[in-house]
Design a protein around this ligand. Structure first.
Ligand SMILES: Cc1cc2nc3c(=O)[nH]c(=O)nc-3n(C[C@H](O)[C@H](O)[C@H](O)COP(=O)(O)O)c2cc1C
Length: 352
């Protein structure tokens, strides 16, 4: 498609230590609202389309207590939407912590406040450390996604007057003659970042956006095709986004050295806690996986000179990716440098 363009987003540091599980490059006040607001304004004026937060209720321990200080994402989004004029802003909710009526009402309110600039990332939950703290037991994986599907179906009914009143009966929710007003003028977009087969199936069937994790840019095409195949089996298509960790340098060696510094100072305890929770303690991990997680929180590495970074993002775009939610070792510096040196190259290439 000639008019297809890559959308730009920022995966925001509303949590402490974003995005590296490392003592390198820590910006102590990075998670604060004032810093987030500043980043939002810089991103908006550079033409970015999306801001995307992380929802976290407990840190991962270790020296950094990675993500241990965080701003809640619905209240965060409300204020960011008020501070901006054009950019779209997501919130992230954990299904077991909210009733869908509450989220539907907050979402309809945010849609009306913001002129339909709000979207929702839905997380099924994965950290027993986090949920255990609240006395909540994580359900078995497939059941978790079953509940998420019920949650989304209820949201979609509450955001569409033609579907109301409605009844719903599942293991998790009983809705009788459900209704809500106002509905949003346009239903807010729903994203999911599940990487398992259960997660991809849910996204393909019910969501608008799939957030895709891959170990490399070369592997992106295969994951995007898989998600699109699953969506096509439901007569749908979904938008796909990756979350690159952008490490820019004046040379490839300089960028690689910056990445090595981050990995050399990784917080082993917090990294292992994360991996343990994500895989329900399934065992040990290879160094590549540990280092990738520690450096970027799992985001794909895009590293090198501005030319190399632009060309890697172009490759992802040509492989079918619709959006990138960028992270940087030090957000403000990284974003400003990216805007100055990579955006013009992406424009020249016709990618944005
Ligand atoms: C881009 C991205 C953003 C995510 N945001 C959150 C988040 O804010 N909070 C959270 O608990 N999990 C978050 N996750 C985790 C996913 O929602 C999902 O639970 C995890 O990738 C495990 O997926 P699976 O159960 O399908 O394997 C995120 C994952 C990705 C890739």
């Amino acid at each position: 498609m000639a008019d297809r363009k890559l959308s730009l987003g920022l995966f925001m540091p509303n949590c402490s230590n974003m995005p590296s599980i490392s003592t390198a490059n820590v910006v102590p006040d990075q998670w604060t609202f004032e810093h987030n607001r500043q980043l939002a304004l810089v991103a908006e004026s550079a033409g970015f389309d999306y801001l995307f937060p992380v929802s976290r209720w407990r840190g991962f321990g270790g020296e950094t207590n990675f993500l241990g200080t965080s701003l809640e994402t619905i209240t965060w989004a409300t204020a960011i939407l008020q501070a901006t004029e054009r950019i779209n802003v997501f919130s992230t909710v954990h299904v077991p912590l909210f009733h869908p009526f509450v989220v539907a009402k907050m979402g309809a309110t945010l849609a009306h406040i913001s002129g339909n600039r709000w979207g929702l990332n839905i997380v099924s939950g994965w950290s027993q450390r986090e949920f255990g703290m609240m006395g909540i037991e994580l359900e078995e994986h497939q059941k978790r996604y079953g509940r998420t599907a019920a949650f989304i179906e209820i949201l979609q009914s509450l955001w569409c007057s033609n579907k109301q009143p409605f009844n719903h009966s599942s293991e998790w929710y009983q809705i009788s003659e459900g209704e809500a007003s106002p509905v949003p003028d346009i239903a807010p977009v729903i994203a999911n970042a599940g990487s398992s087969s259960d997660g991809r199936d849910l996204t393909a069937r019910l969501c608008d956006w799939a957030f895709v994790s891959t170990p490399s840019i070369a592997a992106v095409g295969e994951v995007v095709s898989d998600i699109q195949r699953r969506a096509a089996s439901h007569g749908r298509s979904v938008k796909t986004a990756i979350f690159p960790f952008v490490v820019m340098g004046t040379s490839q060696q300089a960028a690689e050295a910056a990445l090595s510094d981050i990995i050399a100072s990784k917080d082993d305890v917090a990294t292992k806690n994360w991996l343990h929770d994500l895989t329900a303690g399934s065992g040990s991990f290879d160094t590549f996986t540990e280092n990738m997680l520690a450096s970027s929180g799992g985001g794909v590495h895009v590293m090198g000179t501005p030319e190399v970074i632009a060309s890697q993002l172009e490759t992802a775009f040509l492989a079918g990716v619709d959006a990138v939610m960028l992270t940087f070792p030090r957000y403000l510096e990284g974003l400003v440098a990216f805007n100055e040196s990579v955006l013009p190259l992406l424009r020249e290439k016709g990618v944005i």
